[in-house]
Ligand binder design. Structure first.
Ligand code: FE
Length: 132
C-alpha cells in the first residue's frame, strides 16, 4: 500500500483542507469518522468503502455526510487512483469497535506537511504556499 497526500489548500482560517489522494497499489486506508461534510471527485481509477455497496469511479462526485464512518479500499487491478477531497473539520480515526484512535484537522495536516517538506529537502516553509 502506497498512499500519497498532496495539499492544495490548507485553510486554517476556515477549518478545512483540500488535497489530492493518490494510491498506487491495492490497499485499505484507515477507518475514520467525519464530524462534518466531505466532498470528493475521482480524477483517476476507482475505490470503494467497505461499508457501502457502491463504487467511486473515474469522474464520480462523492459526498460524505457528517456522522459517516467508513474504510476506503482500493481494489487489486486498480493501478493508480487519484481523488480530490475537500475535508471539513476533521478526520477521526477509529478502530473496528468505533473507539477513537487519533485525528487529523487542518492544523495537524499543516504540521505533518511541514515535517514532510523538512525531511525531503524542500524546507518546512514549502507548506506556507498552501495555507489560507
Ligand atoms: Fe472519509
Amino acid at each position: 500500500e502506497k498512499a500519497w497526500f498532496r495539499p492544495l489548500c490548507l485553510c486554517a482560517s476556515r477549518g478545512y483542507w483540500v488535497n489530492l489522494l493518490k494510491v498506487q497499489s491495492a490497499g485499505v486506508l484507515s477507518r475514520h469518522r467525519h464530524p462534518q461534510p466531505v466532498h470528493g471527485y475521482v480524477i483517476k481509477g476507482s475505490w470503494r468503502y467497505l461499508e457501502h455497496n457502491w463504487k467511486a469511479t473515474e469522474g464520480s462526485y462523492v459526498y460524505e455526510a457528517p456522522g459517516e464512518t467508513h474504510t476506503l479500499v482500493v481494489d487489486p487491478g486498480v493501478a493508480e487512483m487519484i481523488t480530490l477531497f475537500q475535508v471539513n473539520g476533521a478526520m477521526i480515526y477509529v478502530d473496528p469497535d468505533g473507539n477513537t484512535t487519533g485525528y487529523d484537522d487542518v492544523f495537524t495536516r499543516i504540521a505533518k506537511c511541514r515535517r514532510h517538506y523538512e525531511s525531503n529537502g524542500l524546507g518546512g516553509g514549502f507548506v506556507d504556499q498552501f495555507i489560507r
